[in-house]
Design a protein. Structure first.
Length: 447
């Protein structure tokens, strides 16, 4: 069996067995197996594709095996997902995909299971992906879309609601499709620490579409770049750059301002805001509940001039002195459903019940943020989720005045405010903006 397929299999199994994150385990597996660039890309596509599309592949396997995929051994089910992905979504010849899958299953579960896998894979290869979709996902119901685009049905429902609330009813297929396309890697060349043109030259990438600091990479491992190693640039979705940058640009920075990042780990926004704070000679407190994530914040801000960012460990609901901060970013813990492109397994890890707890936490954090804000201060409420309950419904419970976030986003991105929807908040979308589905509201405490 090929080393790349073995790496993909180990990754899929680690995600299933150990609750691992594919993007965290994959680099180690690739290094261990000493895959070259081409095989590493192949293994990554196999594993991420299988993890993303497993909802659709389970529906196909159920028909082909005439068995509930849940009843299969995890080893067999994982191997079949990877096999199905090769046949249905990549240009791997059927005979190779079948024999590699059978070899894998034989190694893991013996001859009987290999015979079964052989029969299932042969049936899978009998139809094209489109032909299978007419069998497993006919029509345009929510359930059919869930299978076709391999998302949990409740997530499709939440996305439909969020799109409709944003004047984008009818875009659901485009959104679900965008979630299944791997996101290109974007760096932030942190202002004052790195020069964007130099990072473009260093990486062979291109300037981003929205953020003045963004560099979009064609390919490659960003960890190997000098600017990333020293911390003057870092991987950061353009949506995150826009949301954090909008707070900095919402109005002129006055001397002596104090800024707070209430939920800072792992520190992407803290580093961007810290870099901007340093340019203005103002200070940023970065707070994080979990000590190990606070360590990540310290590492993330290492290139920001000393004395600008102070990292603290604590629960933001009980932290700080009231009326202290002129700017606060509350990048709230959320379902993460706006970042499904980057985390292939994450759509299957949440369920609707998680939302209630998250929303309660988001509301409590926002209530605390309101108190920590100085009169006249501004708060950015941000989520990497478009879910209505986590976004506009949380903000609508605030006692603060909502500013038109479109103005700050337009100023930052060199666009005009009406391009960013009906306001006053801004909702970014993978299919429309090529970013994660970040939500941004700017709230102001009356002076
Ligand atoms: C969405 S992430 C923030 C991402 C971060 N702003 C960035 O750009 O890298 C939310 C963070 O909030 C932290 N968190 C959760 N509950 C918290 C609380 N009560 N107080 C402070 N931080 C909390 C989580 O551990 C997590 O690191």
């Amino acid at each position: 069996m090929s080393a790349a397929r073995d790496v993909a299999y180990r990754c899929v199994m680690a995600v299933g067995d150990d609750d691992a994150y594919a993007n965290l385990v994959m680099p180690g597996l690739i290094d261990q197996a000493r895959l070259d660039g081409r095989d590493a890309a192949f293994a990554t596509e196999l594993a991420y594709g299988a993890l993303r599309m497993r909802g659709q592949y389970d529906a196909i396997i159920a028909k082909a095996a005439r068995r509930d995929p849940e009843s299969l051994d995890p080893e067999v089910r994982s191997a079949l997902w990877i096999g199905a992905h090769q046949v249905l979504a990549m240009r791997v010849p059927s005979h190779a995909a079948v024999s590699e899958t059978v070899d894998l299953v034989r190694r893991e579960r013996g001859q009987g299971a290999a015979k079964f896998a052989n029969a299932v894979m042969r049936r899978v290869t009998e139809k094209t992906a489109d032909a299978w979709l007419t069998v497993i996902a006919p029509g345009t119901s929510r359930a059919a879309k869930a299978v076709r685009f391999s998302h949990p049905e409740w997530v499709v429902g939440e996305f439909e609601r969020a799109l409709a609330a944003d004047g984008r009813a009818g875009e659901i297929d485009a959104l679900l499709e965008a979630d299944n396309a791997p996101a290109r890697v974007t760096l932030a060349a942190r202002p004052g620490l790195a020069d964007r043109d130099e990072v473009v030259a260093e990486t062979g990438g291109e300037p981003g579409r929205w953020s003045p600091w963004a560099v979009t990479l064609a390919s490659g491992r960003p960890g190997d770049l000098a600017s990333v190693t020293e911390g003057s640039a870092a991987v950061q979705d353009e949506g995150s750059q826009v949301a954090a940058g909008a707070l900095a640009l919402a109005r002129d920075v006055e001397p002596g301002e104090r800024w707070l990042d209430m939920c800072a780990g792992p520190g992407g926004k803290a580093a961007l805001l810290g870099a901007i704070a340093a340019q203005h000679g103002v200070e940023l407190d970065a707070l994080e509940l979990h000590p190990h994530r606070a360590d990540l914040v310290r590492a993330s801000v290492r290139a920001v001039p000393d004395g600008t960012v102070a990292v603290h460990v604590g629960d933001a609901r009980e932290w700080g002195d009231e009326g202290t901060y002129q700017r606060i970013v509350l990048d709230a813990p959320c379902s993460g459903l706006g970042a499904l492109r980057r985390r292939p397994e994450s759509r299957w890890r949440r369920d609707l019940d998680d939302l209630d707890d998250l929303v309660a936490l988001q509301r409590a954090l926002l209530a605390r943020a309101e108190r920590l804000l100085a009169p006249g201060g501004i708060l950015a409420y941000i989520t990497c989720s478009p879910v209505v309950a986590e976004t506009r419904e949380v903000v609508s419970g605030s006692t603060l005045r909502q500013l038109d976030a479109r103005d700050a986003v337009a100023a930052l991105t060199g666009t005009s405010a009406p391009e960013w929807g009906a306001g006053p908040h801004v909702q970014l979308w993978p299919h429309a903006h090529g970013t994660d589905a970040m939500f941004l509201a700017l709230l102001e405490r009356p002076a």
